[in-house]
Design a protein around this ligand. Structure first.
Ligand code: DTR
Ligand code: CA
Ligand code: ZN
Ligand code: ZN
Length: 443
């Protein structure tokens, strides 16, 4: 678990803030009313039917089966995969482009699809790698990202979306040989065109059979968009570090493009703590078939595929609709785990706020990510630098669900912003366990 304390200018994701009132308690000014939620996006993202995503994966499996069991660069299964994806996009009204390159003595191709319209000077791009290893069909790696991204692109067409920004999608070749296709794309894009890409979102393995929910931390605002989506589903996330530099986002990042993305895990082993918050099996790999012949259409977890595909849609819609300059905020975050003793004393986690002039806002956003087996036992407070305490959550005998992953708002307008703020959590009843996974203040 990351132990970073970070200051970020974050994109204040819209529509994901839970406007829960935070009652001020203790020797302080009058109690506060719930503040209005953050402005909703102009157009809400649709649900992505996981059945549609799986239908694409069934096709990719059939293609591999019909072509010596793989979809690798330089093999017939790769071009057959590209032809399938291109056919769907052409029929949906996309402007598709095939970019040819050579690697290891074999011809490869990238597939780029532009959704007509939007501000060409502000591009939101999403992508995945279309190739598998030679050892197998690569259904999770990276058929899952291929299919999830494809279905979001088709959802854009179904919705007849007219986003403020221009939408582009990419399916890259020869990623398994060292991100050859994405490097070729970025290196052959004129610098003036590269600078128009506001974000590149990468989806490489999003359906792992023993899944985790990892969010790329390369860019604060893009990380926040995904974390806020998962907060709406009550799913705790972790920072993705295993893949730094190991997938198609790397060439974009090297060229200065803001990057983000999602990952459900590969050959690393799921810990007991991770199994507690995500389910699945501890002591086993997130994907035991990584780079093996068993990475077939049976090597998937439908919930991970569904949640991640919906997260892609949420990010594409939220980053491309509404104003071209999304609202920003300053985020102060603590991602250090703090164990919460069962029926024990309160524990605290601190963030030091600096550089914020004047008082805190009347709608101070308090993002909370607590992993717990019975959240009804938890009492959660925000403590201002002067010791004033704001009740965010009371205990409840009727709330037997697990985890607290939400954003509260507190009217902290009577508090000076700069100083040490604390999240205070107490478990007030026996027989359950948990910990503060992370929390943050957005000013
Ligand atoms: N999907 C792998 C590369 C990889 C391994 N771990 C991560 C984490 C995040 C993104 C990508 C990866 C491959 O294509 O070999
Ligand atoms: Ca869905
Ligand atoms: Zn791979
Ligand atoms: Zn991959």
């Amino acid at each position: 678990m990351s132990t970073r304390l970070t200051l970020r200018h974050a994109l204040t994701a819209i529509g994901a803030v839970t406007a829960l009132s935070a009652a001020l308690i203790g020797a302080s000014p009058a109690a506060t009313a719930a503040a209005p939620a953050a402005p909703a996006p102009t157009v809400a993202a649709p649900d992505i039917p996981v059945a549609n995503v799986k239908a694409h994966l069934t096709q990719l499996q059939s293609i591999a089966t019909a072509n010596s069991g793989n979809r690798a660069h330089g093999r017939p299964g790769y071009k057959a995969s590209l032809d399938y994806v291109k056919g769907k996009l052409d029929a949906a009204g996309y402007t598709t482009t095939i970019q040819q390159f050579t690697s290891s003595g074999a011809t490869g191709w990238n597939l780029i699809a532009d959704w007509p319209g939007g501000d060409a000077n502000h591009v939101v791009m999403s992508g995945a790698h279309l190739d598998s290893v030679t050892a197998g069909p690569g259904i999770n790696d990276d058929g899952s990202g291929t299919a999830g991204t494809l279905e979001v692109a088709l959802a854009v067409s179904r919705a007849g979306l007219q986003p403020t920004k221009h939408l582009r999608f990419g399916w890259f070749g020869a990623e398994e040989l060292g991100m050859i296709g994405s490097k070729y794309y970025v290196n052959n894009l004129p610098a003036a065109e590269r600078s128009k890409i506001d974000a590149y979102l990468n989806f490489d393995m999003i359906g792992s059979p023993n899944p985790g929910y990892f969010v790329y931390d390369d860019n604060g605002p893009l990380e926040t968009v995904f974390k806020d989506f998962f907060a709406t589903r009550g799913i705790p996330t972790e920072i993705e570090t295993e893949g730094d530099g190991r997938s198609d986002h790397a060439p974009f990042k090297s060229a200065g493009v803001p990057v983000g993305g999602l990952f459900s895990g590969a050959d690393y082993t799921k810990t007991a703590a991770q199994a507690q918050k995500w389910g699945g099996t501890s002591g086993q790999a997130f994907d035991a078939c990584y780079h093996r012949s068993c990475d077939t259409s049976a090597n998937l977890n439908d919930s991970a595929l569904d949640n991640n595909s919906d997260a892609i849609a949420y990010a594409v819609w939220n980053l491309s609709t509404g104003t071209t300059t999304p609202p920003t905020g300053t985020v102060f975050e603590n991602t250090t785990d703090v164990a919460i003793p069962d029926a024990g004393a309160a524990v605290t986690s601190s963030v030091t706020v600096s550089g914020i002039a004047g008082n805190a806002p009347s709608a101070l956003q308090v993002g909370v990510d607590i992993v717990h087996t019975y959240r009804g036992d938890l009492v959660i407070d925000l403590v201002a630098p002067d010791g004033s305490t704001y009740r965010l959550k009371n205990s409840s005998g009727s709330d037997s669900a697990g985890n607290v992953v939400t954003t509260y708002t507190a009217n902290a307008s009577s508090e000076v912003a700069n100083g040490v703020w604390k999240l205070k959590v107490q478990d007030v009843a026996r027989v359950d366990t948990g910990y503060i996974n992370s929390w943050k203040l957005t000013f």
